[in-house]
Ligand binder design. Structure first.
Ligand code: HDE
Length: 668
C-alpha cells in the first residue's frame, strides 16, 4: 500500500538480512558477539571492550518515558479519501480536492494504564489521526467519546493524578474503580456527562475497528473568502459500533491482554481493512448562541438530530507498522498541528491542549527535533531558521539562520496567505483578564440526562451495573456518597439503584435533571449490523462429520467470518481442516459466537463452560448434536433466542444471529 508517506518512510528502513555483516555503530565489522573481552578465560572483563560497552550502553537506554496518559496504544498506516469538495467551508486542500488521497497514521489508546496494561479495560479510547497533507500535517487528536471530564485545561493534571494508579501504592492498573478517581468526579460535577459515557458500553469496545471517534472540541473551518464556520469532527466505523459485556471484557483482559491490538493487526494483515467515514457537524458563526448549550463547552455534544453529521470522506487503515517503537511509540500528535482552512475555537480545554502536546514530546522524545523522526515528518517540504538542539538530523547549508536576512535573499521567506501561508482567523476578542468560568458552562446535568434518556433498556442496565461495580470498589464512604449525590442530579432512579447496590446514602430530595430530550444516535443499538470479520469458535466434542463441517465453514467464510477449530488436542482432520486451538488456549471471551459439534455422549466440562459463557455473554450459539442428545446438562436452552440447532435450522439463521450481535433478553 504505497503512498507518499510510506515511500518516505522506506528511505529510513533497514533490512538486517540484506546487510553484509554485524558491525558496531561505527561500522567496524565484529568478529565475535557472544563473549566479552576478559583478562583470561575466567578473569574480569576489560574496560577496553568497546563492543561490549557500546552494545550494553545502547541497551541500557532503549526505553523512553511512556506517554503520561494514553501510554497503551497501537497504530496503523492508511489513507483518507474525500467524497466531495468542502470548499464552501474550508480552503484546506485535503478537504477540497477529491482527486487527492491523503496518507494517514492512526493511533488508538487507552488512557489510564501503563504501556503494558490490558486492552479491554473500562476506559476512554484515544483516537488520534495524523493526516500527512500536502500543506503540512493535520492532527485530529480525538477520543471515542464526544465530551470530556473537565471544561478547563488547568484541571487536567488534577484529573489525571486522580485517575492514575494511586501514588502511595501504584494501584489500580488499567482501572478507574478507585477512591481518588471517584473523589475527583464527586468534587467536579462538570464531569457528570462524561462519567455517564465512561460507565456506558462505549468504554468497553469489542474492537478498535468498531468504535466511533470524535474530535471533541469545536474547531473552525475557514474558506477562501475568509468566512468561518464552527465544526465538530466525527469518525463513524463502517462495521458499526459494538461493545463487549463487562464480564467478558474483564475476562479478555486476562486471557489476551493484547486483544484489541491483535484484532487490528490481524484484520489489516488479512486485508480486512478497517474503515471509518469522516463526518462534520457545522454551525454557522452567526448561530453560535442559538443552542441550549455553549458550543465552546467540551462537556457538551451537539445532538446529531439537531445538527446533522455530514459524511465527507473515508479513512482506510491498510498497512501495519514495520517497527512498533519507531512508528507507533515515536509518533507525536498535537491538536495544534493544523493546516490552512482549519483553526481553533476558544474552548478553554482545547486552548490548554495547544500548549501541552509539544511540551510533553520534549521530555518523551528527548528534545525539540522530534519532528525529524521519520513518522513525524510532513510529506511536503519543511524548512525554517530553527537550528541545532538534541538529535539534529539535518545538515543545514549556508550561514544565515535568521529572518530577515539580506545575505541569502531572505530565504526561507514567509508565504503570503493567498499562496498557502497559514493565517489565523481574525476573531474579534475583548474582555477583562479573569480566572473564572462562563455562566453558560454551568448546566452540568441536562446532557448527562439526555445521554441516559437515549439509551436502550439493556444499555441502562449495564450503566447502572458499571456505576455499582466502580463505586463498589471504592473504600471511602465519603467518595461513594458524593458520587450518589452527583447521580441524584442526573437521574433519581439511577441514584436510587446505585445507592442501594453499594449501600450509600441516597439524598432525601430528588434533584434530577428535568431534561426529557433524547438523541437516538447516542444509543449503540442504532448502529450498523453485519457479520463481517467477526469470529466463530468451532468447538469439537468428539469426531465431527468433516464433510458437513466443511460445508458450514464454507458458509462462514462466504460471509466474511473468521473461525478457529477448537478441540481437546491440536491436530488435523480430513478435508485439510486444522484444529488450531485447544480448550486450554481458547476462551469464549475471544470470539463473537460459538458453534458446537457434539458426537460424544457427554459434553466435556471445558466445552460446557465454553458454551455456557458464550450464552451468558448473550452471543449467538449454534449446536449440532448427534441423535437424541440435548443440552440438558448445561444451563443453555435450545429454545432461547440466538441459540440455533443446526440439524433443524439453516446455518444462515446463525449468520443472521452473528450479524445481530447479542441477545440481551438473556440478561433478564
Ligand atoms: Fe490529551 N494528551 N490532553 N486529550 N490526548 C496527551 O500527549 C492533554 C484531551 C488525547 O496516541 C499527551 O503525546 C491535556 C482531550 C489522545 O499519541 C498530553 C488535556 C482529548 C492522546 C495530553 C487533554 C485528548 C493524548 C500525553 C486537557 C480528546 C494520545 C502524550 C486540556 C479530544 C495521542 C502525548 C497519541 C495524549 C494532554 C485532553 C486526546 C500530555 C492537557 C479532550 C488521543 O500532551
Amino acid at each position: 500500500m504505497e503512498n507518499k508517506k510510506t515511500s518516505q518512510l522506506e528511505n529510513f528502513t533497514i533490512d538486517n538480512e540484506q546487510k553484509a555483516g554485524l558491525t558496531t555503530n561505527q561500522g567496524l565489522k565484529v568478529a565475535e558477539d557472544e563473549f566479552s573481552l576478559k583478562a583470561g578465560l575466567r578473569g574480569p572483563t576489560l574496560m577496553e571492550d568497546f563492543h561490549f560497552r557500546e552494545k550494553m550502553t545502547h541497551f541500557d537506554h532503549e526505553r523512553i518515558p511512556e506517554r503520561v496518559v494514553h501510554a497503551r496504544g497501537t497504530g496503523a498506516h492508511g489513507i483518507f479519501q474525500l467524497y466531495e469538495s468542502l470548499s464552501q467551508y474550508t480552503r484546506a486542500d485535503f478537504l477540497t480536492d477529491t482527486s487527492k488521497t491523503t496518507p494517514v497514521f492512526t493511533r488508538f489508546s487507552t488512557v489510564q494504564g501503563s504501556k503494558g496494561s490490558s486492552d479491554t479495560v473500562r476506559d476512554v479510547r484515544g483516537f488520534a489521526v495524523k493526516f500527512y497533507t500536502d500543506e503540512g500535517n493535520f492532527d485530529l487528536v480525538g477520543n471515542n467519546m464526544p465530551v470530556f471530564f473537565i471544561q478547563d485545561a488547568i484541571k487536567f493534571p488534577d484529573l489525571v493524578h486522580a485517575l492514575k494508579p494511586e501514588p502511595h501504592n501504584e494501584i489500580p492498573q488499567g482501572a478507574s474503580a478507585h477512591d481518588t478517581f471517584w473523589d475527583f468526579i464527586g468534587q467536579n460535577p462538570e464531569s457528570a456527562h462524561m462519567i455517564m459515557w465512561l460507565m456506558s458500553d462505549r468504554a468497553i469496545p469489542r474492537s478498535l475497528r468498531m468504535m466511533e471517534g470524535f474530535g471533541v472540541h469545536t474547531f473552525r473551518l475557514i474558506n477562501t473568502l475568509g468566512k468561518a464556520h464552527f465544526v465538530k469532527f466525527h469518525w463513524k466505523p463502517v462495521l458499526g459500533m459494538h461493545s463487549q459485556v463487562w464480564d467478558e471484557a474483564q475476562r479478555t483482559a486476562g486471557k489476551n491482554p493484547d486483544f484489541h491490538r491483535q484484532d487490528l493487526y490481524e484484520a489489516i494483515e488479512k486485508g480486512d481493512y478497517p474503515e471509518w467515514e469522516l463526518g462534520l457537524q457545522v454551525i454557522a458563526e452567526e448561530d453560535e448562541f442559538k443552542f441550549d448549550f455553549d458550543i465552546l463547552d467540551p462537556t457538551k455534544l451537539w445532538p446529531e438530530e439537531e445538527i446533522p453529521v455530514k459524511i465527507v470522506g473515508k479513512m482506510t487503515l491498510n498497512r501495519n507498522v514495520d517497527n512498533f517503537f519507531a512508528e507507533t511509540e515515536q509518533v507525536a500528535f498535537h491538536p495544534g498541528h493544523v493546516v490552512p482552512g482549519i483553526d481553533f475555537s476558544n474552548d478553554p480545554l482545547l486552548q490548554g491542549r495547544l500548549f501541552s502536546y509539544t511540551d510533553t514530546q520534549l521530555s518523551r522524545l528527548g528534545g525539540p527535533n522530534f519532528h525529524q523522526i521519520p513518522i513525524n515528518q510532513p510529506v511536503c517540504p519543511f524548512h525554517n531558521n530553527q537550528r541545532d538542539g538534541m538529535h539534529q538530523m539535518t545538515i543545514h547549508h549556508g550561514k544565515t539562520s535568521y529572518h530577515r536576512n539580506g545575505l541569502n535573499n531572505n530565504q526561507p521567506e514567509p508565504v503570503p496567505a493567498d499562496q498557502g501561508g497559514y493565517e489565523h482567523y481574525q476573531e474579534k476578542v475583548e474582555g477583562r483578564k479573569i480566572r473564572g468560568r462562563s455562566e453558560s458552562f454551568l448546566d452540568f446535568y441536562s446532557q448527562a440526562k439526555l445521554f441516559y434518556n437515549s439509551l436502550a433498556p439493556h444499555e441502562r442496565r449495564h450503566l447502572i451495573s458499571a456505576f455499582s461495580f466502580e463505586l463498589g470498589k471504592c473504600k471511602s464512604d465519603l467518595v461513594k456518597n458524593n458520587a450518589v449525590v452527583l447521580l441524584n442530579h442526573i437521574d433519581r432512579r439511577v441514584a436510587e439503584e446505585v445507592a442501594n447496590n453499594i449501600n450509600a446514602e441516597l439524598p432525601k430530595e430528588n434533584l434530577e435533571s428535568k431534561s426529557t430530550k433524547k438523541s437516538p444516535a447516542l444509543s449503540m443499538v442504532n448502529t450498523i449490523y453485519k457479520p463481517d470479520t467477526k469470529s466463530v469458535a468451532v468447538l469439537l466434542n468428539g469426531q465431527p462429520d468433516t464433510d458437513q463441517l466443511t460445508d458450514w465453514l464454507k458458509v462462514l467464510t462466504e460471509h466474511k467470518l473468521n473461525y478457529s477449530i477448537i478441540a481437546a488436542k491440536i491436530g488435523s482432520l480430513k478435508n485439510n481442516l486444522k484444529i488450531t486451538e485447544t480448550f486450554d488456549t481458547a476462551d469464549p471471551s475471544l470470539f463473537d459466537a460459538a458453534l458446537l459439534i457434539n458426537n460424544k455422549s457427554a459434553i466435556q466440562p471445558p466445552v460446557l463452560e465454553f458454551i455456557e459463557t458464550t450464552f451468558k455473554h448473550c452471543k449467538p450459539l449454534a449446536v449440532a448434536l448427534s441423535d437424541h442428545q440435548t443440552l440438558n446438562q448445561s444451563r443453555v436452552s435450545l429454545k432461547t433466542e440466538g441459540v440455533y440447532d443446526l440439524l433443524q435450522t439453516d446455518i444462515m439463521k446463525f449468520i443472521e444471529g452473528i450479524a445481530q450481535d447479542r441477545f440481551w433478553i438473556r440478561e433478564q
